[in-house]
Design a protein around this ligand. Structure first.
Ligand code: KIV
Ligand code: ZN
Length: 499
């Protein structure tokens, strides 16, 4: 059976999603998980775009040995130089160069004629080839490019040394029959096409990215570019988990396999959603919370009698862990450790002790501690941001006819700092107070509160996105008290800013 290569671009195209930026450390955490997921290629960033992107690509290239590490570059010498430098330590590297080829992009964006674009593409591939054997070329907006010109560009970049030719549906305009026909025509009309791999890169503006990618695979595309949770520019990109599970579940139809360890999908989705502070909708295919929940009595009855009546794949296939061991106040260290093992969470001794302490505190407030509570405690406990400011205490006064007021106590260098302020609501009052204590005022771009599990005593998880000096930072906090969770989330982001 032939293999389809999975090219993950969560850290590049995915990170272009509005509000999805990650710190370098967070990118590395995602990259490790992508390696565990066993993707073939990781597009780690766009090295010329920023110092942070360069550093992330460079560190990922240094640390990861299994997947091919790829860096994006426009068809410009300075971009390719940056990609070359960032990828230097990689065991297996790829430089990905792109240039728009559609009339609308050439005329309005590039202001270049066809022959200039063709020359620039060939020159860029030749230049990149001096630094990497593996060079990918993308004719941007390929699905809206005049076909004859597209065939010519593809043929010439292959002659120049491109090993992979990626066909992007940049604006998500294609429909499946048309897109598969494009791949068929490329194979027919580009005489040297068998010297390179055809890749596809589809956006989801019409909700067709996964369908278009699969239609292309069916007729000969050998690499699919996709992202975890389908994040990406605008409406996003083809979702990795959907493409992979469609190929696996309908292997009878496609007759292709991938190298993805599908049991890592849920964990990867959760990590990306958590770090980017972009929630996954409950009805999202494969990784949404409802993807394997059966509500109707008829369906439940069917699944109990024979799971395949209503389940085309099992939750276990994609890494949902079902457990009937619910912890509580009387659970000890041993049960907690067992639960972590069951959830496949490995902690250092220090992190384990912190997580256990937090678990005990939570168990005093909450009757039943579910798996998601434990994951939330652990994620908060092993938060990497140094605690310049630590949370001590918060007290708010609020009501329908009271001016909301907050008193906050924080600790820095073993010294307690306390202040009070008013606000539009208790959370605004807390944030105003923190601003007075820390001496600056980050802008709150986004605030999100969700219950980690069901029930009135559920743990609340708050995510905030702050902006300070042109940098966007995400902070998180959990507590059964939403004011405390909100304060901790704000403080978490502040600590990332000051460190
Ligand atoms: O959507 C697109 O065309 C891209 C290219 C850089 C491949 O992201
Ligand atoms: Zn894209």
């Amino acid at each position: 059976m032939d293999k389809v290569y999975i090219f993950d671009t969560t850290l590049r195209d995915g990170e272009q999603a509005p509000g999805a930026s990650l710190t370098v450390k967070e990118k590395i955490e995602v990259a490790w998980q992508l390696e565990r997921l066993n993707v073939d290629i990781i597009e780690a960033g766009f090295p010329i775009a920023s110092e942070g992107d360069f550093e992330a690509v460079n560190l990922i290239a240094k640390k990861l040995k299994k997947p091919i590490i790829c860096g994006l570059a426009r068809s410009l010498k300075k971009d390719i130089d940056a990609a070359r430098d960032a990828l230097k330590p990689a065991k297996r590297k790829r430089i990905h160069v792109f240039l728009a080829t559609s009339n609308i992009h050439m005329q309005y964006k590039l202001k270049k004629a066809k022959d200039e674009v063709l020359k620039q593409a060939v020159k860029a591939v030749k230049y990149a080839k001096q630094f990497a054997d593996d060079v990918e070329f993308s004719p941007e907006d390929a699905s809206r490019t005049e076909r004859k010109f597209l065939f010519k560009v593809i043929s010439e970049v292959i002659n120049a040394g491109a090993t992979v030719v990626n066909i992007p549906d940049t604006v998500g305009y294609a429909v499946p029959d048309e897109f598969s026909d494009l791949i068929i025509q490329i194979k027919k009309n580009v005489s040297n096409m068998d010297e390179a791999i055809i890749s596809v890169h589809c956006h989801d503006d019409l909700g067709l990215s996964c369908a278009n990618s699969l239609a292309a695979v069916k007729v000969g595309a050998k690499q699919v570019e996709c992202t975890i949770n389908g994040i990406g520019e605008r409406a996003g990109s083809a979702s990795l988990e959907e493409v992979v599970m469609a190929l696996k579940t309908r292997e009878d139809f496609f007759n292709f396999k991938t190298s993805i360890k599908t049991q890592e999908l849920h964990k990867t989705s959760r990590l990306v959603s958590h770090l980017m502070a972009i929630p996954v909708q409950p009805n999202k295919a494969i990784v949404g919370a409802n993807a394997f929940r059966h509500e109707s009595g008829i369906h439940q009855d069917g699944v109990l009698k024979m799971p395949k009546t209503y389940e085309i794949m099992t939750p276990f296939d994609v890494g949902f862990k079902e457990s009937n061991m619910v912890l509580g106040k009387h659970s000890g260290r041993h049960a907690f450790m067992k639960k972590l093992e069951e959830l496949d969470i490995k902690l250092s001794k220090h992190d384990f002790e912190n997580a256990f302490d937090e678990f005990k505190k939570l168990a005093d407030k909450k009757k039943e501690i579910f798996d998601d509570d434990i994951i939330a405690i652990v994620e908060e406990g092993i938060e990497k941001a140094p605690k310049v400011w630590s949370f001590v205490y918060v007290h708010t006064v609020t009501g329908s006819s009271t001016v909301p007021t907050a008193t906050v106590k924080l600790k820095k260098d073993n010294k307690i700092h306390e202040d009070a302020a008013c606000g539009d609501g208790p959370i605004d009052a807390c944030y105003n107070t923190i601003d007075r204590i820390i001496g600056f005022q980050p802008k709150l771009l986004n605030y999100n509160l969700k219950a980690v599990t069901s029930g009135r005593d559920a743990l609340g998880e708050v995510t905030v996105r702050l902006k300070h000096k042109n940098k966007e930072i995400v902070g998180r906090g959990t507590s059964t008290d939403i004011i405390e969770a909100s304060t901790k989330a704000y403080l978490n982001a502040v600590n990332k800013i000051v460190s």
